[in-house]
Design a protein around this ligand. Sequence first.
Ligand SMILES: NC(=O)c1ccc[n+]([C@@H]2O[C@H](COP(=O)([O-])OP(=O)(O)OC[C@H]3O[C@@H](n4cnc5c(N)ncnc54)[C@H](O)[C@@H]3O)[C@@H](O)[C@H]2O)c1
Length: 335
Amino acid sequence: MEKIPYTNTSIYFDDSFSSLVKYIDLDFSNIFLIVDSIIYDLNPKKFYEYKNILVVESVEDSKSLTYLDTLIDKLLLLGCNRSSFIVGVGGGVISDITGFVASIYMRGVRFGFVPTTLLSITDASIGGKNGVNFKGIKNIIGTINEPEFLLIDFSFLKTLSDFELSNGYSEIIKHACISSNKLFSMLEKAEIAYKKNSFKEILKDSIKIKISVINNDLNEKNSRKLLNFGHTFGHAIEAKYKISHGEAISLGIILATNISIKFGYLNDNSAITRIINLLNKFNLPTDIKCYDKESLLYYITKDKKSKGKYIDFVVLNNIGDAEVKSILIDKILDE
Ligand SMILES: NC(=O)c1ccc[n+]([C@@H]2O[C@H](COP(=O)([O-])OP(=O)(O)OC[C@H]3O[C@@H](n4cnc5c(N)ncnc54)[C@H](O)[C@@H]3O)[C@@H](O)[C@H]2O)c1
């Protein structure tokens, strides 16, 4: 196990799930696990000792106020109180719900995550953003509240499908695009398989990029917005076309890169080809022809990043170098 330094959350990298109780230091009866249903079915023995387990299906519909009602009801029935500890074990759906419910239940209960997808390890479980969807708009209700710890146990990843592995790579590629030419080159040379030696190094680099961006700007006043690269269109595509987060972000990265070129920020002609090749290498979609920008307008104007007619849009100056620009929404759509 290696502890990745981070001010607000202890990150136990390459640890074992069996260490969980040690980090919480409470009796099993006071620990409440919110567990992805697939993870629970695949690893029943890991959960034997736990008394309070809420099994949740990881679908976007679980990220709703209606479903939170059910969850809060169960927590009350099981006797979860202000001295309890809630742990989310699963992917981004589970960490989003767990972080939100733990933040509002009894005005806040201690919580941590055991991320089990690549996407949640490298992105969703880091940084304290949590929340649910409302009327089809992604993550529009939530809080910023960081977990006490992340316990990353790679044995969970053995059962992750190739599709979900690819989804995770979209956020890793995003981190490389906004902040590290070195990570981008490592990814160009790497193999997709999760067992390869380079895999953990790539993950560690990706996590460190996210941490360093957040450390500079916890409340998303400024530099943290860089993490939204590819997400303005990505979230809109995800909401409208009901495709996976990773696929939508991949398409959002292409659209944002094209806009960076058209607005004159990105002048290196080889960059878009390298980005397309890298996304394709990890089996992520890059063909944006069937995604009409105009029809995504509704979702873009409802985006948390929009301010009336303007939106904070992340543009690339180069691979590894991005910045936030306030851009007229109409102008983006004209391009
Ligand atoms: N809060 C944030 O900062 C943030 C950032 C990025 C994404 N998100 C959110 O995260 C969600 C996507 O997260 P995700 O991609 O992890 O998806 P997910 O949580 O839906 O998991 C994807 C699928 O993999 C299954 N699964 C999970 N772990 C598994 C394992 N080890 N083996 C086999 N199957 C496993 C799940 O049951 C599910 O079917 C979206 O709702 C997105 O909005 C949040």
